[in-house]
Ligand binder design. Structure first.
Ligand code: ADP
Ligand code: MG
Length: 420
């Protein structure tokens, strides 16, 4: 592929966009040149295009490893909607029967399919490896690459097998993409995928339109939330709780208060879950009360608030979950209810886990507690966590900047941190 190939034309032709966002063009050029590429871009930044566009321009089929079946289906539908024959993209995962798999393999073999989405557990299956050995792979894209790391917010052990499987299938350039930018996750990804020399493209993780606030969690937390929702009537929001039980309880309380809310967690059957997701996207309901099972890859641009009923297990998770608010650049209110009691509960809960997991879990939790209890600008703290320095004195969009705590309160908070 020549260096000066025109990319704006295919961008317009296939995707209907007039210009690239952020580093997209440089990323695509790096991949087209045959180099390993590492993309760190916040949610909504436009990572998918970084592999979708080059796959259309390169010889062979790009293999996209993506963790969620629902996410794959969604992307494949979008890609096929843009092409004429509806087979430019396909997916291989456990939801397909034998006949459907044959169809996919035929389209790949005859060169019609440019993008093949594969679930990580399907990738390593012998029959798939054998099949992929027989086709020309243009490159491998590892989406949501933080799933490789135990320091990320969504560790998937199958992701650790990606590198060995790539070596079996046959090497080609690798592009890894994630919205997780902590140093530990970053180095885990590079090591695990064997792309230590990859060129790194990191965008800023600042989301200026998000308002961050931490409120003490008291007896009237439910009433507090109901009032908040009423003040934002008709707007879409997500409330995260740690347990399925709490999800059910809180959504019942909201419903009893005439709020259009539904629960979402992994214990509900998949028909109910996708119904709730659709109802939320189509605005038949306003509020989803969910565990962290809800949200990855959901592209609803106008979520106006994200409430954490319980303290999140890591700052990383907090950033990803709050990041689902205000994707269109409009208002996004992120309110977290925090209590020391919750913190102790979570620590207690960890005691049943293997020691190494406990150590990681505790450290992540302590970082979250320090954030919650701090009187420093929330944005500054969050960005610092991602290795980014925020130099403004006042962000004008978090509780600590808009309503600075008195010095006394700050001192008290510090004492609590020190005692923890
Ligand atoms: P990410 O995976 O980084 O969270 P997505 O790939 O889902 O982000 O893209 C987020 C949104 O940005 C999508 O709605 C997508 O269509 C849009 N988008 C991507 N690239 C561009 C572009 N160059 N111009 C305009 N919109 C874009
Ligand atoms: Mg994505």
């Amino acid at each position: 592929m020549t260096k000066d190939v025109n990319l704006t034309e295919p961008l317009k032709q296939y995707f209907g966009f007039d210009s690239f966002k952020g580093d997209q063009e440089a990323i695509i050029r790096n991949l087209l040149a045959g180099n390993d590429t590492f993309v760190l871009m916040p949610t909504g930044g436009g990572k998918s295009l970084c592999y979708q566009l080059p796959s259309l321009l390169m010889e062979g089929t790009a293999i996209v490893i993506s963790p969620l079946i629902a996410l794959m289906k969604n992307q494949v539908d979008v890609m096929n909607g843009m092409s004429e024959d509806g087979c430019v993209a396909h997916y291989l995962n456990s939801s397909l029967n034998k006949a459907a798999i044959q169809l996919v393999m035929n389209d790949v073999r005859r060169g019609a399919t440019k993008l093949l989405y594969v679930a990580p557990e399907s990738l390593g299956k012998d029959e798939n490896v054998e099949f992929l050995q027989s086709v020309k792979v243009s490159f491998y894209a590892v989406d949501e690459a933080h799933c490789i790391s135990e320091w990320g917010h969504d560790f998937r052990p199958e992701y650790r097998n990606i590198r060995p499987t790539i070596l079996r299938i046959g090497e080609a350039p690798v592009i890894a993409l994630t919205a997780t930018a902590t140093d530990k996750v970053r180095s885990d990804i590079k090591k695990n995928l064997g792309i230590c020399n990859a060129l790194e493209f990191k965008s800023s993780f600042n989301r200026p339109n998000l308002y961050y606030e931490v409120r003490p969690k008291t007896q009237d937390v439910d009433r507090n939330i109901i009032m908040f929702i009423r003040q934002h009537a008709g707007k879409s929001g997500i409330i995260y709780c740690l347990s399925r039980k709490k999800v059910e309880e809180l959504s019942a309380i909201l419903k009893a208060n005439n709020i259009k809310a539904e629960p979402y967690h992994a214990g509900l059957d998949s028909a109910k879950r996708s119904q709730t997701q659709d109802d939320f996207l189509m605005e038949r309901i306003d509020v989803i009360v969910a565990t962290i099972a809800f949200g990855m890859g959901i592209d609803k641009p106008d979520v106006r608030f994200v409430i954490h009923y319980d303290i999140p297990k890591s700052l990383e998770g907090y950033y990803q979950e709050t990041g689902r608010a205000g994707r269109d650049g409009g208002e996004g209110l992120c309110v977290t209810f925090y209590s020391n009691k919750d913190l102790q509960k979570l620590e207690k809960f960890m005691e049943g886990k293997p020691v190494s997991e406990q150590d990681i879990g505790r450290q992540l939790l302590l970082e979250t507690a320090a954030y919650a209890e701090s009187s420093v600008c929330r944005r500054k703290m969050l960005l610092h966590y991602f290795g980014e320095e925020y130099t403004e004195e006042n962000c004008h969009n978090c509780d600590n900047c808009l309503h600075p705590k008195s010095k006394r309160e700050a001192k008290e908070a510090l004492l609590i941190v020190l005692k923890a």
